[in-house]
Design a protein. Structure first.
Lengths: 479, 101
């Protein structure tokens, strides 16, 4: 058995960055905030470099428990983009005062390590470890503003419900272990293909419990209760980070577990996920309609997006899996962008998070209003944005798989969602208000982050074919 | 006399259920937290039982990892509970509820 540290070099680079940042701030207590950002971004870049240099290597580490195949490397890059954009958002005037310490950068890096472990694992133990590394880091990040009641309350709820959900995940893993005798996904798959799953209630229960555990992380319908409160209470840059990163990690792990252990002939899984997908979409979209707080509205929209992404898993084909990857990448750009606009506008005293606050923004600050409109269009799935292409691929994969009713329900949901996304645009461009937005610095890390998110959202929307081709190749190995 | 595995599974199932019921019904954050720990330990019992049945170490190794993770979770969780108590002088779940839809 070899350790092959090269295969986990992206993870090592990131973990070392975290320690380095904390160490530096201990030794040089007057180290500047932008210095911390630059060091962290360099660390993220190093990790991305290592990820790309592993491309096509299919390296294994720790006796095959960690697998650096192209699928996990693409997700590494998605997580790194999310982490980098969110770190830059922390320079907003509202959050900068309490976020910009070494802890924030380090714990964000550690959370990203957890995400990478989750997607790189081919063993249930490593999935659990990655998920917990991610979760525990996120509990800290959500509650990082420990003088504010809302932030603490969000962290507290997230912590209790998260620990509760990981109990279920663990029990599921224990059952899978009990029924197959192994924790390795490949061996579990071999066992399943040799028997009829219907005779094995322990395994069905185990599979369902694992779906509960991962479904909690991606905010699927019956396990979504934490999402609105946590998204609203957490500092905006952290909401941006966790809403995109942990969703991507959860779905990647779900793809990995489901696709590598069962084949589409086990239609029971598909049926379960079909029902959850429909419920998730309807619940998220309908509750989002009545929200007046934009962060909370985006939380419900994020629940709805989990439902759309499940459509790709339900289609259970190559196109479905690759469209999930594409959608998660697009979602990273557009969702961080939407939260980024809030971070950009907010001042030290006031955070602009109510729908009311956005009234008339388009007349006073047309550029930022147009940027916000782009993200809203993308989230709603209107062309020419990444969100449109992503949804198009998801739905066409489902059509290929013959899931016509699901596609119809998905399209209906998209139309419902247009209402609440466009109500932000309407407030910005068609309502007047006397509100004065304070001047915000144009040249800052926050605007750079917004610029990149806009470029990503439009770039993926206008030139998707290159990425789609790559993503289709990387999922081949899994199906 | 060998104790059959179903006894272990039954016991851990009961423990897990007690934990779940505790999380859902108790209002004190610390007690809820203890119930979650009970759930994790029920899982540990299951893993050890299976491990013994298969004569493989995987399950027992897993238990060590679960313990480590649980310890890390306790550190963060108790810190959060202390921070909340300092701010609000209560750890009752019903009173930690300013955000609602």
């Amino acid at each position: 058995m070899s350790f092959n540290l090269f295969a986990i070099s992206p993870i090592i680079a990131l973990a070392l960055t975290g320690f380095l940042v904390i160490g530096l701030s201990l030794v040089f207590s007057r180290i500047s905030k932008s210095m911390l950002l630059i060091i962290s971004l360099l660390g993220l870049a190093a990790s991305a470099y290592f990820s790309l240099s592993l491309w096509n290597e299919n390296a294994l580490a720790f006796g095959g428990m960690v697998r650096a195949d192209n699928f996990s490397l693409v997700f590494n890059v998605i997580f790194l983009i999310g982490a980098a954009l969110s770190m830059m958002l922390a320079f907003s005037q509202h959050e900068g005062g309490y976020l910009l310490y070494a802890e924030f950068f380090a714990i964000t890096a550690f959370a990203t390590v957890g995400m990478m472990l989750m997607v790189a694992s081919s063993n249930l133990l490593v999935i659990f470890l990655g998920l917990e590394t991610l979760s525990i880091s996120l509990y800290i990040l959500v509650g990082i503003k420990r003088t504010e009641e809302k932030s603490l309350e969000a962290a507290f709820k997230y912590f209790l419900l998260g620990a509760f959900a990981s109990g279920f995940l663990l029990y599921g893993i224990a059952f899978i272990y009990g029924s197959t005798g192994s924790l390795d996904l490949q061996e579990v798959a071999n066992f399943i293909s040799g028997t009829s799953i219907k005779d094995n209630p322990l395994m069905i229960l185990g599979g369902l419990l694992i779906i509960v555990g991962l479904g909690f992380k991606v905010a699927m319908f019956p396990f979504h209760m934490w999402a609105p409160d946590v998204y609203q209470g957490a500092p905006t840059p952290i909401t941006a980070f966790m809403s995109t990163g942990s969703k991507a990690a959860g779905f990647a792990a779900m793809l990995r577990v489901l696709f590598s252990t069962t084949d589409g002939t086990v239609s029971d899984w598909v049926t379960v996920l079909w029902v959850i997908s429909v419920l998730t979409m309807f619940f998220g979209n309908i509750v989002a309609l009545v929200q007046k707080n934009i962060k909370r509205m985006l939380a419900y929209s994020s629940i709805a997006h989990a439902g759309y992404i499940l459509i790709g898993i339900v289609s259970w084909n190559q196109a479905g899996a690759s469209s999930v990857v594409f959608y998660l990448l697009s979602y990273t750009f557009m969702n961080i962008g939407a939260f980024g606009v809030i971070a950009f506008l907010s001042t030290k005293e006031k955070e602009f998070i109510e729908l009311e606050d956005f009234k008339g923004l388009g007349f006073q600050k047309p550029v930022i209003a147009i940027v916000m409109a782009i993200f809203m269009f993308s989230l709603a799935g209107l062309p020419p944005t990444a969100g449109f292409i992503g949804k198009f691929y998801l739905f066409s994969a489902a059509v290929k798989a013959g899931q016509i009713p699901l596609v119809i329900l998905g399209v209906v949901n998209s139309m419902i969602s247009v209402y609440y996304y466009l109500s932000v645009v309407v407030a910005m461009f068609m309502k007047q208000s006397d509100q004065k937005w304070p001047a915000t610095g144009l040249i800052s890390a926050v605007s750079l982050s917004l610029l990149l998110a806009t470029a990503g959202t439009l770039g993926l929307g206008l030139f998707p074919s290159y990425w789609i081709e790559i993503f289709q190749k990387i999922v081949v190995s899994m199906i | 006399m060998e104790i059959p595995i179903s006894y272990y599974l039954l016991l851990s199932g009961i423990l897990f259920t007690i934990g779940v019921v505790g999380v859902l019904t108790r209002r004190n954050a610390i007690v809820v937290f203890m119930s979650i720990e009970l759930m994790l330990n029920a899982v540990n019992l299951t893993l050890v039982a299976f491990s013994k049945q298969f004569n493989s170490l995987d399950g027992q190794i897993f238990v060590f990892f679960v313990m480590v993770v649980a310890a890390a979770e306790v550190a963060v969780g108790l810190a959060l509970i202390v921070a909340i108590f300092r701010l609000k002088q209560t750890v009752s779940i019903d009173k930690i509820n300013i955000m609602k839809w």
